[in-house]
Write a protein that binds this ligand. Structure first.
Ligand code: TYD
Ligand code: MG
Length: 455
């Protein structure tokens, strides 16, 4: 038998080469090549999902059964909505997020919820002993005999156990700790993480067991992990939040069985994660009275409008090039909007440090929040508060024009529900708009018009 050749795999991007290199020619990373056995041809398949099976033949498309989406509700509404209505049989869901953000806690609570509903479920941990899992579970709920826990890192062992125990749902925590004996590389390496995910996905498809796979992501997202795996799984959820804030947002970045813009909101509490069913109320709860530098907007997250407080602080800089420090918003957008304020409104922000933040530690990227960002910066610079009962919506263009945003009615309704009485909105979005009683909608065409109205 020919001696097995080895390959070198870049731990950053997954590039493989037969000889060792100091620098990865693909991604340019230094010292990232790790030696391992090449993958067996059988497991090198690129399209693992919904295979017709060995020996099967192509069939006429009209004879194929429609997609039967048998959804299993987890009982945790914020998760079920993000999944698109619950778990799909045989699906593989990857949960990514920073270490310590609450992935294990969420997964344990999901398993507990399913166990209370009478399902036999299994939580496999490669990070904690069964006693540690038990301790955590005592914080988050009372134990159910339907929830099985298992501490193991050898994948083949875990697959055997799955075949014997036949749970109705399983969590594997985390992909970085699992280890396939078919490969020589270490747990957490690109090749291991791929192999483990591939085999688990195949197993899920074969058995129909909905499978959650937890993966740690480092701050820059560059890891041997979730980013590489996104194409191998059905659904990718990211659990986000600022660690020292209590709010957590669960966001779908890929979902074969639902939309990707739904979010779930949680609060990390003493006894685990609590669902936040009215995020607007929560995110506005700490809004300061009559303070400058704060503006409220209605952002649409999936099917749900959420009111958010955008905060800005503009203060005279002691640096040659003033700072733009941004949390939860796109920093390029902030730079652009500050430039618009300078050029189009004549607000001298050149020598100002500008800090921006979304209250509650949430992240927003929707263009509809532009006007609130502009409003918050202007409010801080002028040191005049935005009227407390006012919500700002609209995308800001490079010439300072206010551009239309979608689903105005939904947003305005949410604002009215939360007690707001005035809404600044793009003039172009007001046609055929039905407004709730007690809500005054002011159409604006430009940033300067909006600021004139506000201050
Ligand atoms: P964890 O689920 O271990 O994070 P991850 O699996 O993403 O690494 O969450 C750990 C943090 O959550 C830790 O700082 C403690 C906190 N926590 C609570 O505040 N309340 C709780 O009930 C639990 C179980 C954890
Ligand atoms: Mg964990």
């Amino acid at each position: 038998k020919k001696a097995q050749k080895t390959v070198f795999t870049c731990q950053d991007c997954g590039y493989t080469t037969p000889k060792w290199m100091g620098k990865c020619p693909d991604c340019g990373q230094w010292h990232s090549m790790v030696e391992g056995k090449p993958k067996a041809a059988s497991s090198g398949l690129k399209a693992p999902f919904d295979l017709s099976g060995p020996g099967s033949r192509p069939v006429p498309i009209d004879s194929v059964d429609g997609i039967v989406e048998d959804r299993l509700a987890t009982g945790i509404m914020e998760l079920d909505r993000v999944l698109g209505g619950g778990l799909v049989a045989g699906s593989m869901v990857l949960i990514g997020g920073d270490p310590g953000i609450g992935k294990s806690t969420l997964m344990l609570q999901v398993m507990q919820s399913l166990a209370y509903a009478g399902l036999k479920v299994l939580y496999v941990s490669g990070e904690e002993s069964v006693r540690q899992i038990k301790l955590r579970s005592q914080r988050t709920g009372s134990p159910s005999p339907n929830l099985f826990v298992y501490s193991e890192i050898v994948l083949e062992q875990i697959l055997d156990v799955l075949d014997q125990e036949k749970p109705q749902a399983v969590v594997l925590d985390s992909v970085q700790t699992l280890y396939s004996q078919d490969l020589t590389s270490a747990p957490g390496s690109v090749s291991q993480v791929r192999e483990v995910t591939f085999k688990l996905a195949m197993h899920a498809k074969k058995t129909g067991i909905p499978t959650f796979l937890v993966g740690h992501v480092t701050k820059d997202g560059a890891i041997a992990g979730p980013r590489l795996l996104e194409h191998m799984v059905d659904t990718v959820l990211y659990f986000e939040g600022e660690r020292n804030h209590i709010y957590r947002v669960l966001r779908a970045v890929k979902n074969r069985f639902g939309s990707t813009n739904e979010i779930g909101v949680f609060e990390m509490a003493e006894h685990g994660l609590m669902e936040v069913s009215n995020p607007s109320a929560v995110f506005l709860s700490e809004r300061p009275e009559h303070a400058s530098g704060s503006a409220v907007t209605a952002s649409l997250e999936g099917s749900r409008p959420i009111l958010l407080e955008i905060q800005a602080l503009a203060s005279t800089s002691s640096f040659a090039s003033p700072r733009r420090t941004v949390l939860g918003l796109d920093s390029n957008k902030v730079a652009l909007l500050v430039a618009v304020l300078e050029k189009k409104v004549g607000m001298p922000l050149m020598d100002q440090d500008v800090f921006m933040n979304v209250a509650g530690g949430v992240r927003v990227t929707e263009p509809a929040v532009d006007l609130a960002m502009v409003g918050a910066v202007a409010s801080s610079f002028l040191d005049r508060p935005v009227p407390r009962d006012t919500v700002l919506m609209g995308e800001v263009g490079l010439t300072g024009e206010i551009r239309g945003v979608g689903q105005m009615e939904t947003r305005i309704k949410e604002a009215a529900k939360m007690g707001f009485e005035q809404c600044l909105a793009p003039a172009s979005s007001l046609r055929n708009l039905r407004t709730p009683s007690g809500m005054k909608v002011v159409g604006v065409k430009s940033v300067s018009q909006a600021l004139e109205h506000l201050f």
